[in-house]
Every structure is written in C-alpha cells, then in structure tokens.
Design a binder for this molecule. Structure first.
Ligand code: IPE
Ligand code: IPE
Ligand code: MG
Length: 247
C-alpha cells in the first residue's frame, strides 16, 4: 500500500460532513441518531488529523440554509453541539487543540452560544492544531459581511477602491488567520459546495467520497490524503514550469 509522505500532507483539510440523515434512514432510525453517530466520526477524524500533524481542520457543521430544517432537528443538533463541546474540552486541552468558529454565531441559541464562546476562550492558548467549526455559516454571507465592514472602513479610514487587493478582502473574512484549505472532502457522494468557504477554495483540491459521514473514519481520511498526494497542484502553470521550480 502507498504510504503517506509527511512533507506532502495538506496543511489545511476542510470537510463537508454530509449524509447523516441518509445513514439513519438506511437503518430505519431517526435523523438525530444519524447526527449522534456523526459526532463519533468527528471525534475519530479530529484525533486522526492531530496524530497525523494536520495543522488546520475545518468542519462544516451547520449552514445558514440548515435553519430551514424542521424545528426538532435543529434543536437536536444544537443540543448535540453543546454536548460535544462540553465533552470534548478536556480532550482538546490535552491534545493542545485550539477551537475556532466561523459563521453567524450570534444566531445560535444562547446555551450553545455561551458554551461555544467558553470553549473558544479556554482553548485559545493551544497551538498544535486549529479545529474550526463552521456554524450557521454561509460563504456568501461571510463575503457580504466582509464587504460591509470594508466599505465602512473605506469611509472611516479612507481606504480607496484601488487599494483593495485579494489580501485586503481576505483579511476581512472570518478565516483571516487561517490559510486557504488545501483539500476539501465531501462525504455522501454529492458533487457540490453548498455555500462553504466560497472565496477560500479557489485552488483547493476537491475529494468526494460515497461514504456517508457517520461511516467516515481514519481509513477514509487516509484514502483522501493519499489521493491528494497523488495530484499535481498547478495553480495555472504548465507542468514544465512546475518541473523547473525549486523544491
Ligand atoms: C449532514 O448530514 C449534517 C448537517 C447538514 C447538519 P445531513 O443531515 O445533511 O444528511 P443527509 O444529507 O440528509 O443524508
Ligand atoms: C451541507 O450539507 C452543510 C453541512 C454539512 C453542514 P447539506 O446537507 O445542508 O447540503 P445540501 O442541502 O445537500 O446542499
Ligand atoms: Mg445533507
């Protein structure tokens, strides 16, 4: 079997964790049971990424569009989020994992919101891996909010339109301290981005697996990483140009 090459591991892996509902339906269970099993997959993948030395892991846990789901599913998910954060805090501290969150966090129910903020603060000093949860997140919403703040600063701080570069806009996004993802994994066989990290995935390698999220584990992650390592990232160049590049 091929081996992972440490120097060629992605720095940042982002995952669209999809398929919890179908997993539950296949087993004639309630959708919430799928989300409960999905949290076990989250634990397995966080542990595996930390062991492998992945620096940044970003998980799409709840989209702005997901607020349109039935009320009982939403409240079930929010309860699970809070429970996950409570149960995982010690593990995060022990493994030196910093939790971050992106999205419209103010729209979360107060209990989940407060537990989240507490966990962000308590793990703020950790520096072995950054685990970012996208909660009530939408890529377009993130860009709109960035542009609003940028325009306000344009007025207040006198930033002129011609001074705005890609870097300027990146610095107004909620991911400003996080490098763009190298690898985006989507489970459950859907070939779409569903409003995730739209700006940040401009040159990200995409990997789709049929595996439903609750069944996703370390082996699937390694398969995705091996696939990633077999690719040539060209960033618009020719392969001859890349062959001449140092390193
Ligand atoms: C992903 O699983 C979890 C969330 C979106 C919160 P789904 O709940 O979307 O599962 P499917 O797509 O219905 O199978
Ligand atoms: C994407 O999954 C959002 C999360 C994984 C949180 P969805 O199940 O909401 O996406 P669509 O509706 O299939 O595009
Ligand atoms: Mg889905």
């Amino acid at each position: 079997m091929e081996e992972l090459v440490r120097e060629r591991l992605p720095r940042h892996v982002a995952i669209i964790m999809d398929g919890n509902g179908r997993w539950a339906r296949h087993k004639s269970l309630n959708r919430i049971e799928g989300h409960i099993k999905g949290i076990e997959a989250v634990r397995a993948v966080v542990t595996a990424c930390r062991e492998l030395g992945i620096e940044f892991l970003t998980l799409y846990a709840f989209s702005i569009e997901n607020w349109k789901r039935p009320g009982n599913e939403i409240s079930g998910l929010m309860d699970l989020l809070q429970r996950y954060l409570r149960e995982e805090l010690d593990e995060m501290l022990e493994k030196n994992i910093r939790l971050r969150a992106i999205g419209d966090l103010d729209s979360l129910p107060p209990d989940a919101h407060d537990t989240l903020i507490e966990t962000l603060e308590k793990t703020a000093h950790c520096d072995a891996m950054v685990l970012t949860l996208a909660l009530s997140y939408s890529g377009r919403d993130e860009i709109i909010r960035a542009v609003r703040r940028l325009m306000a600063d344009g007025e207040n701080k006198g930033i002129r339109p011609e001074q705005i570069s890609e870097e300027t806009l990146s610095n107004y996004l909620s991911t400003k301290d996080i490098p763009d993802p190298d690898l985006l994994i989507r489970t459950s066989g859907e070939y779409r981005v569903s409003n995730f990290l739209l700006w940040q995935i401009a040159y990200t390698e995409i990997y789709v697996t049929e595996t439903l999220w609750p069944d996703f584990g370390k082996d699937d992650l390694i398969k995705a990483l091996l696939n990633y390592q077999s690719r040539q990232r060209r960033f618009g160049l020719t392969d001859e140009q890349l062959a001449m590049e140092p390193g």
